[in-house]
Design a protein around this ligand. Structure first.
Ligand SMILES: Cc1cc2nc3c(=O)[nH]c(=O)nc-3n(C[C@H](O)[C@H](O)[C@H](O)COP(=O)(O)OP(=O)(O)OC[C@H]3O[C@@H](n4cnc5c(N)ncnc54)[C@H](O)[C@@H]3O)c2cc1C
Length: 326
């Protein structure tokens, strides 16, 4: 049977994946301990509660017909996990050693903890330009976002001039998505050629309300409470110009939050996301499971992250049972 000084399950991360895993694990009497993380830049903002702490209205999560603010939704997830006895620790996990069992984790307060099973649910940070006004308007719901699929359909963006910053396939996908709602969608690209595939380029540029602004970078985001436009600079001539906008979507990639796992022995895919094995949440290391955006380069939605959190908790329960640890 299990050594009582060793946790049955440690969950790293307090976004939709981590809290959902905690709800399932707590109800299954796995006594989960959630390390919720501390606020940091890595390279974008990472907060306890996850990426939804950076958004106002979540309109696509089932069960909230009138929508719900991201931070409020994460508070409700947390309350639900607490109700079933989840323990919460307000620290980061800064390093993991998964080479021996039980698994060893090191916390930001220099504590060493042991666990039979770990669920990594540390998400992926949307990359931002890193400008003060951009982040201020993103946090306040002022019309700046890093997720067009999530926010593009909000009423504030309907029939308005919008812009996407980027040039890869995901920027083209986001820009194409916005052509359904916007009066004009500008794709702001710093070079004179797009990185995205031919088919994606054609899908976007064939739309009558699509326009690519070549050789341009955003040097400032304008507006007090709501975005009114951006200040652009031409990368060839250095000339500056203003573009009137009602929405700005940053699509310059995501960075999976895995730096603290580099020496853990976990396998990653070619984009740096945790590589999953054939069963839904299993990794290359027995007892280590992953859920949510940290292991999902494709969907990156709250509902898919929550679903993966559920799968991970169920997989942990089976695995601990198979090992006679519960
Ligand atoms: C601006 C914006 C708007 C969005 N809007 C929507 C929307 O409307 N609908 C929708 O479905 N999706 C939306 N998304 C996507 C959604 O936020 C993500 O898909 C979802 O949050 C992923 O959940 P997750 O649990 O995998 O990771 P995250 O939510 O990113 O949570 C990661 C957690 O890990 C913690 N953490 C990180 N490193 C450590 C560490 N070393 N130790 C301990 N903890 C750590 C963090 O503190 C955080 O709690 C939006 C994203 C953005 C950026």
């Amino acid at each position: 049977m299990s050594d009582p000084s060793v946790h049955k399950l440690v969950i790293i991360g307090s976004g939709p994946a981590g809290w959902t895993a905690a709800i399932y694990a707590a109800r299954a009497q796995l006594d989960p301990v959630v390390y919720i993380g501390v606020p940091k830049q890595d390279p974008g903002p990472i907060l306890p509660g996850g990426q939804l702490m950076l958004t106002t209205d979540v309109e696509n999560y089932p069960g909230f017909p009138d929508g719900i603010a991201g931070p409020e939704m994460m508070d409700q997830f947390q309350q639900q996990a607490l109700r079933f006895g989840t323990k919460i620790v307000g620290q980061d996990i800064v390093r993991c050693d998964f080479s021996t069992t039980p698994l060893t984790l090191y916390t930001s307060k220099d504590e060493v903890i042991k666990a039979h099973a770990v669920i990594v649910a540390t998400g992926a940070t949307a990359n931002w330009l890193g400008q003060e006004n951009e982040m201020r308007l993103a946090r306040s719901g002022g019309g700046v976002s890093a997720c067009a699929v999530c926010d593009g359909a909000l009423p504030m963006f309907r029939d308005q001039p919008l812009a996407v910053v980027g040039g890869g396939d995901s920027a083209l996908e986001e820009a194409h998505h916005l052509t359904k709602f916007a009066s004009t969608v500008y794709l702001i690209h710093r070079r004179d050629e797009l990185r995205g595939s031919k088919i994606m380029r054609e899908r976007f540029t064939s739309k009558p309300n699509a326009e690519v602004l070549w050789n341009k970078v955003v040097v400032d985001v304008l507006g007090d409470e709501k975005i009114t436009g951006v200040l652009l600079e031409d990368t060839k001539t250095g000339e500056q110009s203003e573009l009137t906008l009602k929405g700005l979507f940053i699509a310059i990639g995501h960075t999976p939050t895995t730096r603290f796992l580099q020496d853990s022995g976990l396998a990653f895919d070619d984009k740096g996301y945790i590589k999953l094995e054939t069963r839904a949440s299993t990794t290359n290391i027995p007892g280590v499971f992953a859920a949510g955006d940290v292991a999902d380069a494709n969907y990156r939605q709250a509902i898919t992250a929550a679903g993966m959190g559920c799968q991970a908790a169920l997989d942990v329960e089976h695995w601990l049972g198979d090992q006679n640890l519960i």
